[in-house]
Design a protein around this ligand. Structure first.
Ligand code: PRP
Ligand code: URA
Length: 208
């Protein structure tokens, strides 16, 4: 499995503000979008392109445009929703699916409550987005749901991951590409990422 930790200075700067417990809900939301946009730039780097001819006002230019499979963006609800808008700004033709999962507070196991995907999802490259990769349970369940519907090319984007989550995804789904802005130290006893940023969903939606 390929794991990419995006240590670009702009991403790292924004991540430092995102982690701060005093960052407001408004700023947190904006930063999640900004970081996702920057990550999208890297996560789409290997998409195939094809040569096209374009008439400029001066002459004919050989240019390149995206080719191959169409794209889909699939946020894991709730927190993944915070990453969608900046991705759609950059890939306006992408279709959007939703997978709803929450972690049981005691067992930390994911519980699926919603799944609605584009009809032709199996023919698309899927960008699965969720700010946090903790135990990896939610990521594995979301990837299971996508593969069950025929998806073959899945790129997972997390803002913060940890070694436990990466290893869990690697052993369940070694074919998935993983992009993250930071690979943190570990999980704590409540399966929260350390140092992390707390509960991403609560910080995006202001629910706590
Ligand atoms: C968070 C996060 C991931 C999951 C990661 O969601 O957005 O989906 O936890 O944890 P895991 O790797 O241990 O599964 P949460 O379950 O808190 O739901 P929410 O987005 O609705 O708040
Ligand atoms: N979910 C979160 O939102 N944060 C964590 O640190 C772990 C799971």
């Amino acid at each position: 499995m390929s794991v990419h930790v995006l240590d670009h200075p702009l991403i790292q700067h924004k991540l430092a503000i995102l982690r701060n417990k005093n960052t407001s809900v408004k700023e947190f939301r904006e930063l999640i979008q900004e970081i996702s946009g920057l990550m999208c730039f890297e996560a789409t780097r290997n998409l195939p392109t094809q040569e096209v001819e374009v008439e400029t006002p001066i002459t004919t230019a050989k240019c390149r445009m995206l080719s191959g499979k169409k794209l889909a963006i699939v946020p894991v609800l709730r927190a993944g929703l915070g990453m969608v808008d900046s991705m759609v700004d950059l890939i306006p033709s992408a279709k959007i699916g939703h997978i709803g999962l929450f972690r049981d507070e005691k067992t930390h196991k994911p519980v699926e409550y919603f799944c609605k995907l584009p009809e032709d999802i199996e023919n698309r490259v899927v960008f699965l987005v969720d700010p946090m990769l903790a135990t990896g349970g939610s990521a594995i369940a979301a990837i299971d749901a996508l593969k069950k519907r025929g998806c073959k090319h899945i790129v997972m984007m997390n803002i913060i991951g940890c070694p436990e989550g990466v290893e869990a995804v690697r052993s369940a789904h070694p074919d998935v590409e993983l992009y993250m802005a930071a690979l943190d130290e570990k999980l704590n006893e409540n399966a929260y990422i350390v140092p992390g940023l707390g509960d991403a969903g609560d910080r995006i939606f202001g629910t706590k």
